[in-house]
Design a protein around this ligand. Structure first.
Ligand SMILES: Nc1ncnc2c1ncn2[C@@H]1O[C@H](COP(=O)(O)OP(=O)(O)OP(=O)(O)O)[C@@H](O)[C@H]1O
Ligand SMILES: [Mg+2]
Length: 267
């Protein structure tokens, strides 16, 4: 896409291409409790990364820092090679680059007093100053992409949990992100419904090259859809590998135990 000019030397990944998001040396404490200890993490364009780890390991904090919702104590974040956080400080470039990254949360975050179209229009109208007709047309297109074409004028409370999460993904897509961060967006849903919601993310990658970083325990989904599994333990990334390698041959004790526990849960 067009706005990828860099103002400083871009970060490069091992194959020489520029990562969409690069995080280096991120630390974060809440009060006296250290939560992230110098995390390095990269996401390539169009990549699906599944993030796993036990409760409290720092997954949500990492995603919130990438989304610009939580400020790190130190470390750097680049988006498309442009520094947006340096030494823990948010830089002005964040204002324009942040649109490349959308986020969807576990809790349904649609405004209950607005219909689907109004929920989806908020960002484009306020931030992108788009006109109502153009916004509506895009909302129709984006809803069709997530299998929700019929629900443009529905009230969020009339939708099922799975439908709401698909609308939440659609709302994030209205800002034309290149990466969507998903923090346990299916943990309140029954497995088949959860799988339908997650399959939207696979489709977005295939059809539009939109990547995602997905916090989920769903190993079957990760095996099928993830390019890479990242395992977080005590605020560190201790292991990352393609799903088959990560699940069949975990290197760390932590991931081995995690895989066993999740298998046992889902058996
Ligand atoms: N805003 C906050 N204020 C204080 N402590 C926080 C805050 N956010 C997170 N923490 C703490 O940081 C640690 C990591 O939390 P985080 O939410 O990132 O973990 P997680 O891996 O997402 O866990 P879960 O799987 O339960 O969602 C936890 O000990 C948590 O209590
Ligand atoms: Mg969390």
């Amino acid at each position: 896409m067009s706005d990828t000019k860099t103002t400083t030397a871009p970060a490069t990944s091992s194959d020489g291409s520029q990562p969409l998001v690069a995080v280096r040396g991120i630390t974060k404490s809440f009060g006296k409790q250290p939560v992230l200890h110098g995390v390095d993490f990269e996401v390539a364009s169009g990549e699906i990364v599944v993030v796993m780890g036990i409760s409290g390991s720092g997954k949500s904090t990492l995603l919130r820092i990438i989304a610009g919702l939580t400020q790190p104590d130190s470390g750097e974040v680049d988006i498309e090679g442009v520094p947006v956080i340096k030494d823990g400080v948010v830089l002005p470039a964040w204002g324009t680059k942040r649109r490349a990254v959308g986020m969807v949360f576990q809790q349904y975050t649609l405004w209950p007093h607005m219909d689907v179209l109004a929920n989806m229009s908020l960002g484009p109208r306020r931030v992108m100053k788009e006109n109502p007709a153009a916004t509506r047309k895009r909302a129709e297109d984006v809803l069709a992409e997530v299998g929700m074409a019929k629900y443009l004028r529905s009230q969020p409370l009339s939708l099922s949990g799975g439908q709401r999460q698909r609308v939440a993904i659609a709302r994030a897509l209205m800002m034309r992100p290149k990466l969507i961060l998903c923090d346990e967006i299916t943990s309140a849903l029954d497995p088949p419904v959860a799988r339908e919601v997650l399959s939207v993310l696979t489709k977005l990658k295939k059809d539009d090259g939109v990547g995602s970083v997905i916090v989920t325990h769903d190993m079957a989904f990760a095996s099928q859809a993830a390019d890479r599994v990242v395992f977080v333990e005590d605020g560190r990334i201790v292991e990352q590998a393609p799903p088959r390698v990560a699940f069949r041959n975990p290197q760390s004790e932590g991931l081995r135990k995690f895989v066993e526990a999740v298998r046992w849960e889902t058996d």
